[in-house]
Write a protein that binds this ligand. Structure first.
Ligand code: NDP
Length: 460
């Protein structure tokens, strides 16, 4: 799904508008066929004008020109053999965007829609998200146009092994540390880690995060992104003397992020009423049954319509998005550009109070602008879904120290990190003259950290 660009973010004075526009012109000229990457660059660059105004050294130091160009891009062939003995060839990607704050860090996505534009937009976003967590991690993203849906475990294993046969040489606990994303869950991570161990002859726990808790994984990493997005909503509402208790919550997606957002919403006294997949959505006014949802989507790897077949009172709406259902809080947790202006208008018309992006860039620029105009609390993915990568950094710490922290300790750390992420974005928005605007706040706070480090480390 792609979107057009909006220029309604902070209007920059001449001194900062010109350099921003010059960089945008170059990025457009160099990457004309990468709409998602261009969308992500616009969103960041147009919102950091106040930072550049206060820090002219960032313009003089060429920070923008360098940031929009990945440090390294790796594209490779992934040949494998399916269960019928037929040769298949997919394309593999790893875009290592910035290592100024730490080893490259960011997930792998396996989905037929994956191309260089998608991986670059995700990698670019990851730089600022990771900076915002305050942990020492750089930004990257990778993946393949391989579709695990409908593939046997043996096919997925052969694909993962072939993928890692090339990628291993670019990874390492001090170099580049991948994790999961769409289509890359516990099964895929296991196969990828196993092949890395085989070809390097090293049990290097810290080179991958999201591992099984029995073999180096961290408690709460699986739950972290969904839980974190809901904690972020609690923080936003808390600033206005409100809370999640008693609220109806609309969630999209039914994968890792969505399932644990739904679970945490229940735990905090809200009623999550929707979930979706690429075939449509379900509504369950009594509250989504997390056990049944996991059974259908995680265990059976089935379609979401099956949930409505088995749960009385629930219904399935085919080929539609859940945003037409009245809710107080929305947590889009499926994919990019899954919530457009018409969806935002529907949510606003039904009185939505807060939106937190569990997915990366799920709202189009026009939808974000509609939320902004309507005064809806809006937590962008860079801040709201940062709990996943922050807990990945905790996993790296535990691996380095050969320790294992308890679930409760890890969840308490996640909660405190989400509060810090929220406060960093909230404070930066105030500092730069846009109080309450978490888009400006998250981009500015993340960018500041990266830009200071780039200046200190010279022209690299
Ligand atoms: P999963 O693969 O576990 O789940 C993805 C879900 O989104 C599935 O329900 C899938 O449905 C649905 N989906 C995928 N593509 C589309 C589409 N084009 N239209 C409608 N629905 C779609 O992925 P995750 O839950 O891990 O990731 C979801 C989002 O969260 C992504 O944007 C990801 O980048 C982001 N994210 C994930 C993190 C993590 O820790 N996992 C961390 C931070 C962000 P179907 O089964 O039909 O494909």
């Amino acid at each position: 799904m792609s979107a057009s660009f909006s220029t309604t973010l902070p209007v920059a004075p001449e001194a900062t508008r010109e350099p921003i526009q010059a960089v945008l012109d170059t990025v457009h000229a160099r990457n004309p066929h990468e709409p998602e990457f261009l969308q992500a660059v616009h969103e960041v660059l147009e919102s950091i004008a106040p930072v550049l105004e206060q820090h002219p050294q960032f313009v003089e130091g060429g920070i923008l020109e360098r940031l929009v160009e990945p440090e390294r891009q790796i594209l490779f062939r992934v040949p494998w053999v399916d269960d019928e003995g037929r040769l298949r060839v997919n394309r593999g990607f790893r875009v290592q965007f910035s290592s100024v704050l730490g080893p490259y860090k960011g997930g792998l996505r396996f989905h037929p829609s994956v191309n260089l534009s998608i991986i670059k937009f995700l990698g670019f976003e990851q730089i600022f998200k990771n900076a915002l967590t305050g942990q020492g991690i750089g930004g990257a993203k990778g993946g393949s146009d391989f579709d695990p849906h409908g593939r046997s475990d043996a096919e997925v294993m052969r694909f993962c092994q072939s993928f890692m046969n090339e990628l291993y040489r670019h990874l390492g606990e001090h170099t580049d540390v991948p994790a999961g994303d769409i289509g890359v869950g516990a099964r895929e991570i296991g196969y990828l880690f196993g092949q890395y161990r085989k070809v390097t002859n090293r049990h290097e726990s810290g080179m991958f995060t999201g591992k099984g808790v029995q073999w180096g994984g961290a408690e709460v990493r699986t739950e972290a992104t969904g839980y974190g997005a809901v904690f972020f909503v609690e923080e936003m509402l808390g600033r206005h003397g409100d809370s999640l208790a008693g609220k109806r919550v609309g969630v999209s997606g039914s994968g890792n992020v969505a399932i644990y957002a739904i679970a945490k919403a229940h735990q905090l006294g809200a009623t999550p009423v929707t979930a979706s997949d690429s075939s449509g959505y379900i509504v369950d006014d009594a509250g989504i049954d997390v056990g049944l949802l996991r059974q259908v989507k995680e265990v059976e790897r089935g379609r979401i319509s099956e949930y409505a077949v088995r749960r009385s009172g629930a219904r399935f709406v085919e080929a539609a998005r859940p945003w037409e259902v009245p809710v107080d809080v929305a947590v889009p947790s499926a994919t990019q550009n899954e919530l457009d202006e018409a969806d935002a208008d529907a949510l606003i018309g039904n009185g939505v109070r807060a939106v937190a992006e569990g997915a990366n860039m799920p709202s189009t620029p026009e939808a974000i602008e509609a939320f902004r105009r309507a005064g809806v609390l809006f937590g962008p993915g860079k801040a709201a879904n940062a709990g996943g990568v922050a807990t990945s950094a905790l996993e790296m710490s535990q691996n380095a120290a050969r320790q294992r922290w308890s679930f409760d300790d890890s969840e308490a750390k996640l909660r405190s990190i989400m509060k810090d992420v929220h406060d960093a974005a909230f404070d930066a928005a105030e500092r730069y003259g846009h109080p309450g605007d978490y888009v400006v706040g998250a981009n500015s706070a993340g960018f500041e950290r990266v830009a200071h480090a780039m200046l200190a480390q010279g022209v690299i």
